[in-house]
Design a protein around this ligand. Structure first.
Ligand SMILES: NC(=O)c1ccc[n+]([C@@H]2O[C@H](COP(=O)([O-])OP(=O)(O)OC[C@H]3O[C@@H](n4cnc5c(N)ncnc54)[C@H](O)[C@@H]3O)[C@@H](O)[C@H]2O)c1
Length: 262
């Protein structure tokens, strides 16, 4: 018996990194998992193969979730394969998210907000609509960040989007009252998102060099996709059913630490 037997989960941006870790972790607990990514390559298909190895149904749904048309086509494709949606994890992000203040132009701003706010909002709205029609309830989980809590030089556009998600899930929780749908964020700290060597059948790739963190981080090491995936599992399952409209930091104490806040 798994914590998610019979559940159908869609994870965006999940061919690698944290999303891949979430996909494999939910499959370990019995969920059938759809992986979305804008990149459709061997790495994407390996992730699907690893879900199937866990005796779960694994599917791939290529698409850009920064547009409403893209999200709808990804969710249509997922529903076509799985029949219903119980868990949506909004996780996708493009690389190189930091940008000095005066280099932040309209193109970068729109790219950030389109993926991290608009995409996450309309994906959640569509999933909620399906969950209400199904009368099953459901779980909506968004990946926020420590940057939603504090300013770190050159991360203002990203941090603004991630801070918006903290408010967004409060709105979804409130507006979906009575439908047995929860909406929450996980806010990771510094998480290694490298693939395991040889794209092996394990959740975590190589960790960050701990010497980067011994000075300022209470846990004195970087985090791994499994650290985030376990928090997503908690929120996705019955264990987290009374957590709603909340953001859970999974950051090794980064935001708690005075050194970080200074
Ligand atoms: N890694 C960290 O230290 C860290 C820290 C805080 C928050 N986060 C958040 O966690 C989430 C996952 O981060 P990660 O480091 O694992 O990322 P990653 O770069 O390893 O993976 C992101 C995936 O999203 C895909 N993607 C990019 N644009 C897309 C689009 N428009 N549509 C669909 N897929 C798209 C990419 O191809 C990639 O496979 C993100 O929301 C990120 O902001 C990560």
């Amino acid at each position: 018996m798994g914590l998610l037997d019979g559940k159908k989960a869609l994870i965006t941006g999940a061919r690698k990194g944290i999303g891949r870790g979430i996909a494999l972790t939910l499959a370990n607990e019995g969920a059938d998992v759809g992986i979305n990514d804008i990149v459709d390559d061997d790495v994407s298909h390996r992730a699907v193969e690893l879900i199937a190895k866990r005796n779960a149904k694994g599917t791939f749904h290529a698409g850009d979730v920064s547009t409403v048309a893209g999200i709808n086509s990804v969710i249509d494709s997922f529903l076509n394969e799985h029949g219903q949606i119980d868990i949506l994890v909004n996780n996708a992000i493009f690389p190189d998210q930091s940008r000095p203040l005066f280099d932040t132009d309209e193109v970068f701003w729109d790219r950030m907000m389109d993926l991290s706010l608009k995409g996450y909002f309309f994906g959640s709205q569509r999933a909620a609509r399906e969950m209400i029609a199904q009368k099953t309830g459901g779980r909506i989980i968004c990946l926020a960040s420590v940057h939603a809590y504090t300013a770190i030089e050159n991360w203002t556009a990203y941090g603004t989007a991630k801070a918006g998600l903290r408010r967004m899930v409060k709105g979804f929780a409130t507006d979906l009252r009575g439908h047995n749908i929860t909406a929450n964020c996980i806010a990771p700290g510094a998480i290694s998102n490298a693939l395991p060597e040889g794209n092996d059948d394990v959740i975590d790739g190589p960790p960050h060099d701990p010497s980067r963190f011994t000075e300022h981080l209470p846990s004195a090491k970087g985090g791994l996709p499994s650290d985030i995936a376990n928090a997503v599992l908690y929120l996705s399952s019955e264990l987290g059913q009374y957590v709603n409209g909340e953001t859970i930091l999974v950051d090794g104490g980064m935001i708690a630490s005075k050194k970080m806040r200074d």
